[in-house]
Unconditional design. Sequence first.
Length: 196
Amino acid sequence: MFSSALFRIAVSGFVLTVGACAAKTQIRVAVCLSYAHDSYLNPDAHMDVEEATLTASQIFKRAGVTVNWRTPASACLAHQSRAITITFSAAEPSAEHKEALAYALPFEGNHIVVFYSRVKAAVSGDRCPVPKLMGYVLAHEITHLLQKCDCHSREGVMKGHWSRHDYSQMVYSLLQWAPEDIDLIQTGPWGTRKDK
């Protein structure tokens, strides 16, 4: 049973936690899903993408970001300046992106390409399901645009190269944000913009 002093400490801790969460700006981002004309993604791949968007949404909730997923990409034409477009490609990437699962163009500001075959191959023989890894890939690349930065962290969602240990953490949604990445999202152009 709690003593009154312990109870006050517990309640104070709760209030501080709630206050910290409330201090975050709620960022809303429209993300348009598109499929490359040069490649065919089978129905299983489309299901993987759909599940991946759910995973990415859960990851972003921890950073104070709400993602509004839209498809087809034409649904975003009216919001081009305030939307991110993600193209899924089954084609083999060029030499410029020889090991990448995806890439973002953070200084252009609104485009990401995801290589579906690379994502699938990355977890071949692993316990991490394709949609789970792809959800983390989506969160990682969208974050580059939200931060307007091509930087990486030493650990977590924004790590430059994930290890097998990181993949196993993804299975249980345990791979977290580094605190500085949440700060960069919150203080970046999408966190401070007034036209949302």
